[in-house]
Design a protein around this ligand. Structure first.
Ligand SMILES: Nc1ncnc2c1ncn2[C@@H]1O[C@H](COP(=O)(O)OP(=O)(O)O)[C@@H](O)[C@H]1O
Ligand SMILES: [Mg+2]
Length: 285
């Protein structure tokens, strides 16, 4: 099921306008995967002179979990950061190519990056709650973005976000205690609640479980599966088991290239590229 991302373009007789190309891709894949949310086209990233990503084309579909896998240093985090322009904050980083979010290029000069990062939220490897109360952690984004006027509305947003992150029950009696006092797994779910609170479309997760114990990991994995109903999720993981458990679609990166993308089951049972085969059978990485 990986035909579309690449072959679509490869067989186009002449280079279509970027918009037309995106439409064609959306059309070709919509029936199989549901609506297209993000379309990355010809993405190159450089850190100084060093190229970290080479001509990456990847489509990401709504209400699905897309896993990015591959050996350390292959560019997974770099690609993830392209999707909400977090590479902008890295001095030496330069991004080339097109990334469409709902058809709009997020690298357009007139695009508001703050709004973009609310639409495309991020959860990091190490849980990083602010040194504030649980309540204020979740209310932080809505306050900045002016979402929710008045206390009642903000209370509601905080409760709903914690509920969606599967944390409300555990913390409802201590909302005004520090977020940093929670366990690691709870802190990570708090960070997910914080991302949800600004009502994003997409949630990016960079190895969100790698600092967690197996029980907390299982809880976050369950949560990811629930969240997919309302959000589009892109997760970087170094655990192939995790990719297999949580994602519907998997993209394999190697040395800055996107080698192969397809249904998760296909990638893990019948990869088409021998590099993918090598990685999933543990020959490298
Ligand atoms: N801030 C940075 N400055 C310079 N080089 C970087 C930076 N971040 C990543 N790189 C380099 O880019 C390549 C891809 O890194 P990364 O995206 O972190 O890979 P992964 O997440 O797959 O481990 C690596 O060679 C890494 O050393
Ligand atoms: Mg990484």
């Amino acid at each position: 099921m990986m035909v579309m991302d690449r072959s679509n373009r490869a067989t186009a007789p002449t280079a279509p306008a970027p918009g037309a190309q995106a439409e064609a891709t959306a059309e070709a894949t919509a029936g199989v995967y549901g609506p297209l949310k993000i379309s990355a086209q010809g993405v190159d990233v450089f850190y100084g002179d060093k190229q970290a990503l080479k001509q990456v084309d990847l489509d990401i579909h709504e209400n699905q979990v897309t896993a990015l896998i591959g050996p350390s240093g292959c560019g997974k985090s770099t690609f993830l950061r392209c999707l909400n322009r977090m590479n902008d904050v890295i001095e030496s980083a330069r991004v080339r190519g097109t990334i469409l979010l709902d058809g709009q290029n997020i690298y357009d000069r007139d695009l508001d990056v703050v709004t973009l990062r609310a639409r495309v939220g991020m959860v990091f490897q190490k849980p990083n709650p602010f040194p504030k109360s649980i309540y204020d952690n979740v209310a932080y984004g809505p306050r900045i973005h002016g979402i929710g006027s008045g206390k009642a509305e903000l209370d509601e947003i905080v409760a709903t976000s914690l509920e969606r992150a599967g944390l409300l029950k555990e913390v409802k009696d201590r909302l005004h205690e520090p977020g940093t006092g929670l366990s690691g797994g709870q802190q990570q779910r708090l960070c997910i609640a914080r991302a949800i609170a600004v009502n994003p479309d997409v949630i990016l997760m960079d190895e969100p479980c790698s600092a967690l114990d197996p029980i907390a990991t299982a809880r976050v994995e369950e949560l990811i599966d629930e969240l997919r109903e309302n959000y589009t999720i892109v997760i970087v993981t170094h655990s192939m088991q995790q990719a297999a458990r949580v994602s519907q679609r998997t993209a394999f990166f190697h040395l800055g290239e996107l080698v192969e993308v397809g249904d998760t089951e296909q990638i893990f049972t019948s990869p088409r590229d021998e590099r993918t085969q090598g990685y999933i059978t543990g020959r490298f990485g």
